[in-house]
Design a protein. Structure first.
Length: 80
């Protein structure tokens, strides 16, 4: 499962193998630019399968800490 399947607007080419497992949650260790008016993620079979296998996925952005990229419906979650 590729990360751009969750957020195609980011055009990330990194796979789940490039995540680091910390307490059963994968944290993606790159800085991405968040473009304005971006449409956020979708729930697809691949997202559901990845969530069931790996747990919630998070992406790191420069303007806030982690953005929930899987295992959610609707708007992503900003974490402190």
């Amino acid at each position: 499962v590729k990360i751009y399947e969750y957020y195609p607007e980011l055009r990330l080419e990194n796979s789940i193998s490039q995540f680091t497992k910390i307490n059963d949650v994968f944290f993606y260790h790159i800085i991405c630019l968040l473009r304005p008016n971006m449409t956020y993620g979708r729930t697809t079979k691949s997202i559901v399968a990845a969530t069931e296998k790996w747990g919630a996925l998070f992406t790191q952005f420069p303007t806030f800490t982690y953005l929930r990229a899987a295992n959610f419906l609707g708007e992503p979650t900003r974490l402190p």
